[in-house]
Write a protein that binds this ligand. Sequence first.
Ligand SMILES: [Zn+2]
Length: 302
Amino acid sequence: MKLSLKTLLPARDLGWNRVRAVCALTTCHNKLLMKYVPGSRIGIFVGAAWYCSADCFAMASRGTLFSLSAETLVEMPRNPRLSLGLALLSKGYLDEDQLRFAMARSQREGLTLETTLVECGLATEKQLAAARGTQWGYPVLGQDAVSQSVAVDLPLTLLRAFFAVPLHYSAKARRLVLGFVYRVEHSLLQAIEQMTGLRPEPCFITLSEFKEQMQRVTAVSGYEEAAVENPGTATQMARTLGGFAVETAAREAGFSKCNSWIWARLVGKTRTVDVVFALRPTASAPQPKLSTAFSETVASLG
Ligand SMILES: [Zn+2]
């Protein structure tokens, strides 16, 4: 008979991996609570910090939420050196007269250059996407690539706000391809990486492809999103988050900032909830002036 080390050891005692730990909230009164490692049934981890209860977690998250909401956007907007017009010129889609005409008209009518170009039949959506790709140095995806159904655990609120849509997502293969319409939003890429550990691969697609693909995006099972439009003060946000922590029986939580949104993730045993707090009214999304046609698109996406 072959004896393994395991059989010589006493049956697993529930107490052996029990360690005495204190709640990371300094004002917590439950100094004697235990935490079980691993597979704790109680408390919430935020990184290495452990909170004994949803209440303590909520109290502590007030500070995090406060600093995240007070944080001014120091991040310099990364704008491409080449303007869209010059990118279109360089690709030979337009000549200088056409560009001049379109620019004057877009200014006069208060529309984006893109809208004017499409409305006047001077450029196609495909050409605009190709020009965006040149501007930003990212690939443009062909129509055939934009046809897969994708199940994600990412907040659609943020994706919609930045006109970004997952084209391919595999948690197993650690791969996420994100299609953007107007610009690559780096704060979104960073926030996704922070929350999921995945570094998204950006590319450009057309507005029509974006709308089509958005219809194919679903949530993975057990994933929910809560968008809070008027989140109030950090204390109110913390209270909201505490409520969700109780509801999801959260064991882990994480925070990140994406442009003017705070994205908090609560992970329970069976459910993951992303709570997205809009720090500014969503009407001031980082898009340039939208034409009525585009605004309608945005509204219909909402
Ligand atoms: Zn506590």
